[in-house]
Ligand binder design. Structure first.
Ligand code: SAM
Length: 312
């Protein structure tokens, strides 16, 4: 280790110069040069010596270093081949880091975790995300079928607001519901542009996601729920009734069934989607599933269920 952390502005500059590294915009490369922010991220994720961490995009290793210092083991996935030699150098003092050269959206995360972290009791995901793939990465972990307790992600502030939004607010929509069905979501803190090299064009925020012990409502057919939620927000300014008719059909039979489903779920059809809670959407989805009201073909159903289609 030099005497300075990787995240100090001068050390980052040295590393970038030593390896003639230009940050690749296309890969969302903005490196953090502020150790306080990194420590706040580590604390937000409750990282301790029992915690195994999956990191996406270690970059030149600034966050990885702090995770290695405070955590048990860090498993980091980096897509940019140029960074592998850099990371070997910058992270050489830490024996508890494994860097995998792979695209996180293509990697078999479950298999890699089983191989590299076989005795992982506590597992968290922490990343300063490449912003161009924020939601695909998030959904990759939501559906990864791994015992992940918490996730801490740096992302664009607007996306953070949408993910954590509550009913009745402008930012609340299908993304908020899809994430909050599984996780409790909160903005931990916002981050100024000045902590990055190079500085991004957008404001950033840290989102803290904590796995729910039980979902807000049990779903008889999860794909029906996720499709319903999306359909309810197609035209935000329209009522739920108008959006549902547009998505499921205006024929008498479908309309009659939808009226009954709305009654059963105790939802006034003149409300807008943005006023419905997750519980209400869940009740309505179960009432739809019971009456076999569906705008889905089988292929969509499967894709929605496995999360293999990124819809957000
Ligand atoms: N963790 C470093 C930090 O905080 O300074 C760098 C964060 S930078 C915003 C995003 C990192 O993600 C880059 O290192 C980039 O190469 C990497 N990356 C981009 N797309 C990726 C993908 N699909 N899979 C894995 N890593 C990716």
């Amino acid at each position: 280790m030099g005497e300075k952390f990787i995240s100090t502005p001068s050390r980052t500059k040295e590393i970038l110069e030593k390896y003639s590294l230009g940050a690749k915009k296309s890969l969302g490369q903005n490196f953090i040069v502020d150790t306080n922010i990194l420590n706040k991220i580590v604390r937000t994720g409750n990282v301790d010596k029992q915690t195994n961490v999956i990191e996406v995009g270690p970059g030149i290793g600034a966050l990885t270093e702090q995770l290695a210092i405070h955590g048990k083991h860090v498993l980091a996935f980096e897509i940019d081949e140029r960074l592998l030699t850099v990371l070997e150098d910058t992270l050489s003092p830490y024996q508890n880091v494994t860097v995998i050269h792979d695209d996180i959206l293509k990697a078999d995360i479950k298999e890699t975790v089983a191989r590299e972290l076989p005795d992982a009791k506590r597992l968290v995901v922490i990343a300063n995300l490449p912003y161009y793939v924020t939601t695909p990465i998030l959904f990759e972990f939501l559906y990864a079928d791994l015992p992940i307790d918490e996730m801490v992600f740096m992302m664009q502030k607007e996306v953070a607001q949408r993910i954590t939004a509550k009913p009745g607010t402008k930012a609340y929509g299908s993304l908020s519901i899809a994430v909050q069905y599984y996780m409790e979501a909160a903005v931990a803190f916002t981050v100024p542009k000045t902590v990055f090299n190079p500085m991004p064009n957008v404001e950033s925020a840290i989102v803290h996601l904590t796995k729910r012990d039980v979902p807000p409502v049990l779903l008889s057919e999860p794909p029906v729920f996720f499709q319903l939620v999306r359909n309810a927000f197609v035209q935000r300014r329209k009522t739920i009734w108008n959006n549902l008719q547009a998505a499921y059909g205006k024929d008498t039979e479908t309309k009659d069934k939808m009226v009954l489903a709305l009654e059963e779920a105790e939802i006034d059809p003149s409300r807008r989607g943005e006023t419905l809670t997750i519980e209400e959407f869940g009740k309505l989805a179960n009432a739809f599933a019971k009456r076999d009201i569906s705008a889905l073909n089988q292929k969509n159903k499967e894709n929605l269920f496995t999360g293999s289609v990124i819809l957000y």
